[in-house]
Every structure is written in structure tokens, then in C-alpha cells.
Design a protein around this ligand. Sequence first.
Ligand SMILES: [Zn+2]
Length: 284
Amino acid sequence: MIKRLLLVLLASATAVSAQTTAFGTKATANAAETTATTPATKGNAKAPEEEVDNTVVITPFRSLTPPEAKTSRTFQLSKVNKLGFTETSKELQRLYSAFATQRIIDGSPSGSSKATGYLATVNYALVQDLGDNRFLAKAAWPAAGPNDILAAGADTMAVLLLDKPAKVGDAGKITGMHVGTVALLFTATYPPLVGKRLTLRREAFLECATLEDSPAGLQRFVEAITAGAELSVTTNETIPCKKCGGLGFTREAQKGQLLDKRVPCADCASTGKLIISVETKFVP
Ligand SMILES: [Zn+2]
């Protein structure tokens, strides 16, 4: 599904490339010639306008940054709320809520797939229609991922692939999956850049729907694991710093002194805590 969406996002890039190979070079050369000769042959002022290149080319510029877990653990459903085990129904609920926000609903047998990019709520106002439900938009989204790998956007131009047709000026809110940075070659149709052929490097988002975080959703999730589905969730967890044992400093014996010297822990910036990315695998 994601692959298909990416293909859609990039589809016209391929189409245009093919065209470029076949006719583009020739056409570009002609356009340049026309521009160059226009001042000499006055009265032909409309010609360059007719030759405005309205093709849109979207190519990947920087790939997306999939969540990467530093460590992994398992969560065993049969141990939930049993004495002596850390598995609790509260923890299951918390992990399922995170799981639900990391899956996108699609046509796969399980009804959803792991999102390959960070998901963020994107507020947008459409600035230009790029064809095939792709738009250049002024957008805002919160930072996402460990250490905010995907930086927040505020009044930032971004490329969106929407689920349904829309028109310039429309504003709204979507759940967007970040698919990386793309290079967009296009002719602007919005002021003050109307008619300008530009290349922008912009973050790209695909509109998608996430799993429902509901008791029924949790029930289906548990049933799927019991039936043998291999599911996991990646979350940021706070753990005590190993180097300093959660104290925020280490001790260093000083010659001739009763008290040890306290050395601030560099690993945890003296906080005693570390935030690490953990993949939790669910087992029956
Ligand atoms: Zn430390």
C-alpha cells in the first residue's frame, strides 16, 4: 500500500522523465531559442507565455527516517496482571495506543500495516495543485520521532498527497505520514512567483488513516496476537542511566581526601535518566 502511494507521488516524475528523454531536450532548446530571439522579433510577445512549461517533476531528495529501535523486549499477554510480572493491563493499553498511531489502515490481510515514516497531524492550506491529488501547501506539524528527527513545521511549504480531490485555497487537517524530502520542479501559479519555474526541496506527507484507539481495537489486537500475528510497537522509554546508576554523577576517589569527587555524568547530561527507543514485541 505504502509502496503504491509512493509510486503515485512519484508517478508523474517517471512520466515526465520519459517525455524528457523523448522530446524534452529538443523542446527546451527551442524554448531557449524563442526567449533569446523574442526581443528581436517584436510583436510576438505572447509566444513565450504559450511555451510555459507546466510539467511537475517530483523526485526523492532525502529518504524518510523510519523509527529505529535501540533495544527490544517482549510483552507476554498471558502474564498480564499476574503476580510477579511487569505486564499490566495499563501498560498493554499504553502500548496499544502507541501501536495504533504507528499503523496505517490499508488493504493488507490484517487491515493495517506498520507506517514506514513518522506520522504527524498536518494542518494545511493548499497553495498549488500539482495534479493527481498532489498539492503544494502551507503547512504546520509537530516534531516527530526520537530526538525530533522530523523537525516541526510552522507556516512551512510542504508537498501533500491527499486521499480525495481538493482545490487551491482549501484548508484542513490530515494525519500525514512523512515520506522524506522531495525535490519539486514546477512552475509556480501563486503570487508573487506566478510563472516562475522553481525547484523546491520540501518535506512530503501522504494522507493516511491510523488504527482506531478503542477498546474494540485493543480487543482485535489481542486476538490477532493470540492467533499468531507478529506485532510490535516502538516507543520512547525513560530508563535509569547505566553509567551513573541513575544518580547523574559518578564518584572519583581523591588522594588524601575523605570525600569522593563527584563527576557529572556525560551520558545522561547529569539527569540520571536516558530516553531510548524500545521495540516491544507482543507474544501470546
Ligand atoms: Zn548518567
